[in-house]
Design a protein around this ligand. Sequence first.
Ligand code: ADP
Ligand code: MG
Length: 402
Amino acid sequence: MSTVARTRSATGPVPRGRRCRSRHRDERAGNVAHGAEPPTGTVPRPNRIGWTLTATEVPAGTSTLAVRARDIVKTFGAHRALDGVDLDIPSGTVLGLLGPNGAGKTTMVRVLTTLLTPDSGTATVAGHDLATEAGAVRESIGLSGQYAAVDDNLTGYENLYFVGRLYGMKRAAAAARARELLAQFQLEHAGDRLSKTYSGGMRRRLDLAGALVISPPLIVLDEPTTGLDPRSRLNTWDLVRTLVADGTSVLLTTQYLEEADQLADSIVVIDRGRVVERGTADELKNRIGSERLELVLADRADLPVLRTVLREVGAAEPVIDEQVRRGHVLVHVGTKTVTEALRRLDDEGVHVLEVALQRPKLDDVFLTLTERDAHPDPESERPDPAGKGTRRWLRRGAKGGQ
Ligand SMILES: Nc1ncnc2c1ncn2[C@@H]1O[C@H](COP(=O)(O)OP(=O)(O)O)[C@@H](O)[C@H]1O
Ligand SMILES: [Mg+2]
């Protein structure tokens, strides 16, 4: 079971509308096998301001796909930004599209939201074909872009009100929805101020609210928490969880591995336009080593010995942090490995201050996956804040120095 599934069961009361998800958790949380054709035809068109799907309209035991994309290729000149990407988002689930800067996340978002035409490949969104039903695809999506699309010269309220009017809502309905969203995004107090006076976090929240005005079946969030302070990030996570509890499907791109771990039912990792891994957060963690063994030494001079020992007992390349005299490695059979590592270090006369065995972090998964085929110059192309320092240590380690 994914982290989100666990978290979600603790989510509070389901708010308004769209209680259409009666499908089984297992079916929703896992990866969808490619080739199994879902009955996309059973998904009715949403109306302009709401989603009309009810539980009775979905035949029991069948799943629908909010997004089904196959072999999407997009080149910019000689550069293949997307190089044959497949992905499925079962309705009512969150797919985390994870990758470093330049991996192709925004390009995939732009393709799926009809802002960019792919060179080849096919996709449906809420059952509508991307190539032949672009209008219906757009009506099915609420997009919150990587760069907030907020009109500075309007108030927060006006920004939301006009989105509603653009989508054909009546005045009273658009006004009510705008006020409702301002309250939901903790912007009530600032609703009548020009949005140019908003802080970065407030702008992002307003932008996110704009994507929700029409309650679309699919919300696309391109790096929704980039640049947010930790508190706003947690608030955004809560909002995403509320949306999903309400039946919305979400495509979420992120560079923050923790974010995908927290929110995504399934994760697709892309790097340089290609899918390098897919699965639930737990599956990805299990695939590369089930636990993370971490040790802190008393003496920095012993770090080379620690590296050698961790390399021998671990399932991946150890990572050594010289500054804090700490090393960690992913391991498959936890407790035995701990004992073995400690015995070996003791034999060498190494003084160990701390030992910990933890579930691996998604950062570990990410590093393992993207370092696997040793890119020639990963740092310049992939300034990933979460993993940069660690990569530097890795490289140092690879050169044998401390
Ligand atoms: N309009 C464009 N013209 C040329 N190259 C582009 C364009 N959009 C994106 N790219 C390139 O495609 C690659 C993927 O970019 P992008 O999808 O924005 O990555 P991400 O969102 O994962 O950071 C990058 O190398 C980027 O420079
Ligand atoms: Mg991007």
